[in-house]
Design a binder for this molecule. Structure first.
Ligand SMILES: C[S@@+](CC[C@H](N)C(=O)[O-])C[C@H]1O[C@@H](n2cnc3c(N)ncnc32)[C@H](O)[C@@H]1O
Length: 273
C-alpha cells in the first residue's frame, strides 16, 4: 500500500522518487560534481562491487536498441568529455591515436588509397588527422546527433558524415574501411553482421582493445554497450573462432598491463563491389 500524506494525497512511489532524482542528476553542475566525486572514490571501491555495477549497466544497455545505447553513452558522457560535448573516449586521444595515425597514413599512401570509409567514426578526433585533399573520406556512425554535428563542423567537398547502423546496413563503397574501437562494443552476432556488411571493401583495417596476457580468452561474448572485453581478460580477435579471418598485424599500442590496441589488416580479395 502506498498510503496517503497529511494532505490526503497519495504518497509518491519509490520509483517516481527515483525518476525525480534522475531529473535532479541532469543539472550540469550536479553532474560534473558527481563525476568528480566518483573519480575520487573509485580507487577505493572493491573490484567485486565494480564488477556487479558493470554487470547491471551491461544488462541495462543490452535492453536498449544499438542507436539508443550509443546515443546515451554520448549524452551521459560515459566515455568522458564535458557535458554537452561528444567524446569517443581516451582511446581517441593523442596518446593512443598518434602512433595509429602515423602508421595508417603511411599504409594508406603505400596502398595508393584514394577513398576511405571510417566505420564508427565517433567524434572525428582520429579521422581528422587522416584526411587530406587527395583522400575522399566518409565517416559513418549510428548516433544521429553526432553525425549532424560532425557534418556541420567538418563537412567539406571530400569529407562527409552519414548516419548508418553498420550491423544492419551496408556502408558506401571505398578502397578501405577503417573500423577503430567499434567492434569491441558489440556482441559477437553483431560483429559478424558488421563484417558481412563490410564484405565489399578490398581492405578492412580493424583496431581493437584486447587483453594479451597468458590467460587471455578469445572473443568472450557481451551485449552491445559502452564496455569492452578487456576487463574480462578478452577482446575481439578476428583471426580466432567464430570469425577466423586472415589478419595481418599492422600495429600494437600499449594500453596498460597486458592490454594493447591492436590494428590488423584483412585483405578481402574476393570483395564484392
Ligand atoms: C569508441 S568509439 C570509436 C570512435 C572512433 N572510431 C575512434 O577511434 O576515435 C565507437 C563508435 O562506434 C559507433 N558505433 C557503434 N556501433 C555502431 C554501428 N552498429 N554502426 C555504426 N556506428 C556504430 C559508436 O556510436 C561510437 O561512435
Amino acid at each position: 500500500m502506498r498510503g496517503i500524506d497529511h494532505e490526503g494525497q497519495p504518497r509518491p512511489r519509490l520509483w517516481d522518487q527515483f525518476l525525480a532524482l534522475d531529473v535532479w542528476r541532469q543539472a550540469p553542475f550536479t553532474r560534473t560534481m558527481l563525476r568528480r566525486l566518483k573519480a575520487l572514490v573509485s580507487p577505493f571501491v572493491p573490484q567485486a562491487v565494480r564488477d556487479v555495477r558493470t554487470q547491471l549497466m551491461q544488462a541495462r544497455f543490452a535492453r536498449l536498441s544499438r542507436e539508443a545505447a550509443f546515443s546515451e553513452v554520448y549524452s551521459k558522457n560515459l566515455w568522458g568529455g564535458d557535458q554537452g560535448e561528444f567524446c569517443s573516449g581516451t582511446g581517441s586521444g593523442p596518446e593512443f591515436s598518434q602512433p595509429y595515425v602515423d602508421r595508417i597514413r603511411q599504409w594508406l599512401a603505400d596502398e595508393g588509397t584514394r577513398s576511405v570509409v571510417d566505420v564508427g567514426c565517433g567524434d572525428f578526433r582520429v579521422g581528422a588527422q587522416l584526411v587530406s585533399p587527395a583522400l575522399d573520406y566518409t565517416g559513418v556512425d549510428i548516433v544521429g546527433a553526432l553525425v549532424r554535428r560532425n557534418q556541420e563542423r567538418f563537412g567539406a567537398e571530400n569529407i562527409r558524415f552519414v548516419q548508418l547502423d553498420v550491423a544492419e546496413q551496408r556502408p558506401p563503397q571505398a578502397d578501405v574501411a577503417l573500423v577503430r574501437q567499434v567492434l569491441q562494443h558489440l556482441s559477437n552476432v553483431e560483429i559478424a553482421r558488421v563484417l558481412e556488411n563490410c564484405a565489399h571493401y578490398p581492405h578492412l583495417v580493424v583496431t581493437e582493445h584486447v587483453f594479451t596476457g597468458a590467460d587471455a580468452k578469445y572473443n568472450v561474448d557481451k551485449p552491445h554497450g559502452p564496455f569492452n572485453r578487456a576487463t574480462s581478460k578478452s577482446g575481439v580477435f578476428l583471426d580466432q573462432p567464430p570469425f577466423s579471418l586472415p589478419c595481418e598485424v599492422l600495429l600494437e599500442v600499449d594500453h596498460g598491463p597486458d592490454q594493447v590496441l591492436r590494428t590488423v589488416v584483412i585483405a578481402q580479395h574476393g570483395a564484392r563491389r
